[in-house]
Structures are given as structure tokens and as C-alpha cells.
Design a protein around this ligand. Structure first.
Ligand code: XIL
Length: 370
């Protein structure tokens, strides 16, 4: 693994553990002992750098020491790629399982990494039993119970939550174009305010984020998404629904153009609403790029650079996270396998944990003065 020019050790970073706060004492929860040593300290990035982080997989952290070391050496933050989604935490109705989520928290605590929470109200990643939810009251009860249980467990440990993930349909007409799910079916748009208000009530200190994708490109669909999202954010604000930030997932596509003007206008509107901006899931889908690795890596880095330039010229993101650190563990081939059969290379480190130009680009933007 290449030595990073700027290690996470330059950060005074610590996850405040909730053990001291009794957060893990909720009846019926296990693995309390994993959090025995409380070291609450604030997370303060040194030298004003934008913190960098990555999605992580509990299984790989356990089985792959080189991956674990690369995360520790290069990240200040982690987010669970799947382990805090409903399917993992709620495999059966009435059952909460936190082993894998706790393992990530424990890893982060031991290595003084901050943890972001992902995600509480999403149409995806739901266990099958949620299809049986058949009334408004039942949906509200399940959603509220879930958020209370999960957010209180990690209160003081997870300072920032993607409470709402991907609320809009692919090509929305307006803020009313919410993606169908058990939540919209039973609760309509109220699911958003229920989720956000419940999270705020359980952890008043948490930063609440609404996370969305496909807002950065040129074209009518992306313009429609920016417009609908702004409308949605304004309607939440009008109703005094607590919300602190917007997460730009930033799953970029090498063959799509960044709409610099459109994106910047959108970000200026977010600033006017006093909403933070976070880059939450950056990667560059490379399935249509040339096979030659050096060429491909350069194009991937260039695309991310264009995006980061457009963003950082108007706002300073509170964090930059990629959806994985190394091409060894990436979701991209699940949906975007390359036709030539070569492995995808969407992330800042390659499958051998060798640093790629994408990482240099991220480093460059993290260092820009506030
Ligand atoms: C993806 C994970 O990376 C996969 O491992 C999982 O099977 C499906 O979900 N947007 C999101 C993430 O907000 O939660 C998704 O993560 C990727 C797209």
C-alpha cells in the first residue's frame, strides 16, 4: 500500500463512545461489552482540511487486514455500506440485530474514526416482512420504533445520519414525485417529517442529512431532480422539519457531463437555506471507459475533479466520502459490469490497495482553504 501524504493521524479524531452515556443499555440489546472503554472527544479536523472517509464492510474489516490498515491509514470517517440498513438490522419483525453495525462502531472507536449513519428511511434495503405493513398506524409505529432504537443506541457515537435516502423518483415532476415504498404507500410524504422529527427528538445533537443521487449532471432529468429536491427541501423548511444538510451521493458516470452551472445554482440555493453539503458516496462508474488502466484511471480522476471543482468553488463540503476505498470492495459491478469483462476501477485505491489518481484529486480538494 502506498503511504498517504496526509495520514488520518494528523487529525485529532475520536468517536465519542456511547457506553458512558448508557446508550447501549436498552433492554434486549446485546454486544454491550464491546464498547466498554469510553473516550468521548470531539472530532476536530486539523489544519481545516475537509475530512475524508469511506464506506466500509464489516466482513472485510474482519477478514482482510490489509484493507483494514488502508482504511485506518487514509480515512478520518467511515460509514457502513450495508450494516445499518433495515435488512441487516431488522431481519425479522420485532428483531433487532446489531452485531455487524456494532463491529463497525467498535473498529471506528479503536481507530478514532468518526462514523456516519446510513440510513433510516429509504425505499431500498428493506427486509421482506416490511411488505406486510398494511396500515398507516403500523407503518408509523415500525418507522418510529426503528429510529428510536437505532439512533438511541448510537447517540453520542454517530454525529451525522443520512436519515432520508433517495426520496425522489428517477425523473420527478415535482417534490410530490416521491419514490414508492412502504413508507410512501402508508404515510405519504409525512414519512419524511416523521423520520426527521423522530431522529431529532432521540438525538438532538445529531446532524440530519437528506441524501440523494443524480443531481450533478447535464440534461433534463438531472435539472428536474435538482428542482424537485429544492422544492422538497423548502417544503420541509416551511413545516419546520429539522434538517441540517444534503448529501450528494456523487455516483459519477464517466460518460455524463457535470452541469457546473446547474449544480452551482443548486448549491447556492442550499446555502441560502443554510443547509450543509456533504459528498457522501463518491465513485466513478467506469463501465463505458476504455479498458487501458492508466487511461481509465486518469479519466475517472478527471471526472471527479470536475465535480469537486464545481462543488468546492461555491461551498465547502463538510465531508468527502467515497463509496468504498478500494476497487477490491465496490458495489459498481453489481449494476455496471464492464462489457470487456475487466474489473471496474471506480475507487481511490485499486484492488491491490495501490493509490490511484482519484485519491490525489480528492486530497487536492480537501486541502483547499475554507
Ligand atoms: C449499496 C451497497 O453498496 C451494496 O453493497 C448493497 O447491496 C446495495 O446498496 N446508494 C446508496 C447506498 O445510498 O446505500 C447503496 O449501497 C448504493 C447507492
Amino acid at each position: 500500500m502506498t503511504k498517504p501524504t496526509h495520514s488520518r493521524r494528523e487529525f485529532v479524531a475520536a468517536t465519542a463512545t456511547a457506553a458512558a452515556l448508557g446508550v447501549f443499555g436498552t433492554a434486549g440489546l446485546s454486544a454491550v461489552s464491546a464498547f466498554a472503554t469510553p473516550q468521548p472527544q470531539p472530532f476536530v479536523p486539523a489544519a481545516g482540511l475537509i475530512p475524508y472517509g469511506s464506506a466500509v464492510r464489516a466482513g472485510a474489516l474482519e477478514s482482510d487486514p490489509a484493507y483494514r490498515e488502508a482504511i485506518v491509514a487514509n480515512c478520518q470517517m467511515v460509514v457502513a455500506e450495508g450494516e445499518m440498513k433495515w435488512a441487516d438490522i431488522r431481519p425479522a419483525r420485532g428483531e433487532y440485530r446489531f452485531e455487524k453495525a456494532d463491529a463497525i462502531i467498535d473498529f471506528a472507536r479503536q481507530n478514532r474514526l468518526e462514523v456516519r449513519g446510513h440510513t433510516l428511511a429509504w425505499y431500498g434495503g428493506l427486509p421482506d416482512w416490511t411488505n406486510e405493513i398494511s396500515s398507516r398506524a403500523e407503518a408509523e409505529r415500525e418507522l418510529v420504533d426503528h429510529i428510536k432504537t437505532v439512533v438511541s443506541r448510537y447517540r453520542g457515537v454517530i454525529p451525522s445520519w443520512d436519515v432520508v435516502n433517495e426520496p425522489l423518483v428517477d425523473f420527478p415532476e415535482s417534490a410530490a414525485s416521491l419514490r414508492p415504498s412502504v413508507w410512501t404507500r402508508q404515510l405519504g410524504p409525512d414519512y419524511l417529517s416523521i423520520a426527521l422529527r423522530t431522529t431529532a427528538a432521540v438525538d438532538p445533537a445529531a446532524r440530519l442529512v437528506l441524501n440523494e443521487y443524480d443531481v450533478e449532471f447535464k440534461g433534463p432529468r438531472f435539472a428536474a431532480r435538482r428542482k424537485a429536491l429544492l422544492q422538497l427541501l423548502r417544503s420541509l423548511r416551511d413545516k419546520d422539519v429539522p434538517l441540517h444538510g444534503v448529501g450528494l451521493q456523487a455516483h459519477l458516470f464517466a460518460d455524463r457531463d457535470i452541469d457546473r452551472d446547474g449544480l452551482q445554482a443548486f448549491l447556492n440555493e442550499l446555502a441560502a437555506l443554510r443547509l450543509d453539503v456533504l459528498i457522501t458516496e463518491l465513485d466513478v462508474v467506469d463501465y463505458e471507459l476504455p479498458g487501458k488502466v492508466s487511461e481509465r484511471d486518469a479519466l475517472v480522476a478527471r471526472k471527479a475533479g470536475e465535480f469537486l471543482q464545481a462543488v468546492c468553488d461555491v461551498v465547502r463540503p463538510k465531508a468527502i466520502l467515497t463509496w468504498g476505498l478500494s476497487d477490491r470492495y465496490t458495489w459498481v459491478p453489481i449494476y455496471f459490469k464492464r462489457p470487456d469483462g475487466m474489473p471496474n476501477r471506480p475507487l481511490p485505491f485499486d484492488a491491490d490497495l495501490k493509490r490511484k489518481p482519484l485519491f490525489d484529486v480528492i486530497e487536492q480538494f480537501r486541502r483547499r482553504p475554507a
